[in-house]
Design a protein around this ligand. Structure first.
Ligand code: GLN
Length: 486
């Protein structure tokens, strides 16, 4: 097998036992990244030079015989919505086309301090807005399993780059499904952490009360290993928990016999594609065979989740994105003749349609006279959605749901119908609004060879439980080992 196809666990073992060098591993990934990018458009920037410099130090550390971390010398691809010091970070929007951050996001800093090697920056929906990766001003990303299909969004470039073996793992951002849905559409693992488990510092903010940063990986074990390095309290993000980080790689080895998993009735009602339903039913049976007790539960406020999400998120969005105005940093329109035109032209050209739509909705929802009717009301219903989860987690250890109501869809199919696109998020946004965690795990393929994932949902800081369920499931299934042919 070529080195770029290795899992993180395999790559780490290989480096530790000196079967190959980090330089060789990087070369394998870079070659693959350059080969697949013309087809998939998964990278906005391939950072060959900084990667070569980083790998040099990693190899020195490894040959010194010192104890290395799981991430030392491992090539990682980063969603372009995270700031990487010295490496262009556009957020997939032209307004930041020339932006080279002077600092690293905390998660990136931790990866670099562990000797990690950033191979490039992944295409995504601009600033995380979308579910198909068609809202990028750098062109859409293609699904490696079928080039006529979307890879999911917004971290679609990361999922596609990973599924195509051009990196060993990736880092994404999830506000309402952006890690989980592309992971499901591309047949990889994606963890949306509990709000506050990982630092948001240095992430281009979308909706600050929902944004999370997390791993995308080839196996659940890999996600557990990545979390051990990137998770935890950060003085630069006051919403992070000051709680110990479990040794996830040890926790997930524990038997899952006796755990109780709830199936929320509302997530299996009409609207779920039949083939996906059957695939998930088989996964549920397999978990039962491993000794998990399956019970039906109810999250009665699910039906309000999309409406609440698409008020709360655009509202926070409109405030966060106001900093991008062509004045402070980023691209300033060269056509502008005065201050007003500087603002309007820079924002007109620098944001794609969907971003502008969210800014308009959010500005309206927060405006005088409407604030209480929209934002305050949505925040109240958000509390009810959160209480649904608190209630259910008093009875079960985790929940199992679909990730997406349908498998990967055709490029162009929903791009002109924002409401249809928003409905793709139905099973993921309640988890985000509640601030709990969700893991997307590959669990089968459609007759057309398109990947389908299931979502394991855990309580706040319950990453260990969902990772354990996902890892044990992967011990008896091989969906995660399948590769697209490119
Ligand atoms: N589809 C969601 C949206 O467009 C995903 C957002 C995200 O998780 N970044 O809002």
């Amino acid at each position: 097998m070529s080195l770029n196809a290795l899992t993180l666990k395999e790559a780490h073992e290989g480096l530790k036992t000196k079967q190959f060098s980090a330089g060789e591993l990087l070369t394998g990934c870079l070659e693959q990244a350059k080969k697949i990018n013309p087809q998939l458009n998964a990278y906005i920037t391939i950072a060959e030079e900084p990667a070569r410099a980083a790998v040099h130090s990693a190899d020195k550390l490894i040959s010194s015989g010192e104890d290395i971390s799981y991430l030392t010398g491992i090539p990682v691809a980063i969603k372009d919505a995270l700031c990487t010091k010295g490496i262009r970070s556009t957020g997939a929007a032209k307004i930041l086309d020339n932006y080279i951050p002077p600092y690293d996001a905390t998660v990136i800093k931790r990866i670099r301090e562990s000797g990690g090697v950033i191979i490039g920056k992944n295409n995504c929906d601009a600033f995380g807005h979308g579910a198909s990766n068609e809202n990028s001003q750098y062109g859409p990303v293609k699904n490696p399993w079928n080039l006529t299909k979307v890879p999911g969004g917004s971290s679609g470039g990361s999922a596609a780059a990973l599924a195509a073996d051009s990196c060993i793992y990736a880092i994404g951002e999830d506000t309402g499904g952006s890690i989980r849905q592309p992971a499901s559409f591309c047949g990889v693992v994606g963890l949306k952490v509990s709000y506050g488990r990982n630092s948001r510092y240095g992430v281009m903010p979308m909706a600050s009360s929902l944004d999370t940063v997390g791993p995308m990986s080839k196996t659940v074990w890999d996600a557990a290993a990545i979390m051990e390095t990137i998770a935890g309290h950060d003085p630069l993000d006051s919403t992070t928990f000051d709680k110990p980080i479990p040794q996830y790689t040890r926790e997930i080895e524990r038997d899952i016999k006796g755990l109780t998993v709830g199936l929320p009735r509302e997530y299996f009602a009409e609207g779920l594609d039949d083939e996906s339903r059957k695939i998930i039913a088989t996964a549920i049976k397999q978990l039962e065979e491993l000794g998990v007790e399956i019970v039906e539960v109810s999250l009665p406020h699910t039906k309000y989740a999309i409406a609440v999400y698409y008020i709360v998120v655009p509202s926070e969005d409109s405030a966060n994105l106001s900093r991008l105005d062509g004045i402070r940093y980023g691209v300033r329109s060269s056509q502008a003749k005065d201050l007003f035109e500087t603002y309007t032209f820079s924002r007109r050209d620098g944001f794609p349609e969907e971003v502008k739509r969210r800014i308009m909705i959010g500005t309206f929802a927060l405006s005088h006279g409407y604030y209480d009717a929209y934002y305050t009301q949505a925040s109240k219903v958000r509390t009810l959605i959160k209480q649904d989860f608190t209630g259910v987690f008093a009875k079960v250890d985790a929940l199992l749901t679909p990730v997406s109501p349908f498998p990967p869809f055709d490029l162009g199919a929903k791009v002109d119908d924002p409401l249809a696109m928003y409905l793709a998020d139905i099973y993921m946004v309640p988890v985000s609004l509640a601030g709990v965690c969700g893991l997307s795990v590959p669990c089968g393929f459609t007759a057309d060879h398109l990947p389908v994932g299931m979502q394991l949902v855990g309580p706040a800081l319950g990453e260990d439980v969902v990772l354990r369920l996902g890892h044990q499931y992967q011990q008896v299934t091989d969906w995660h080992t399948r590769k697209p042919s490119l």
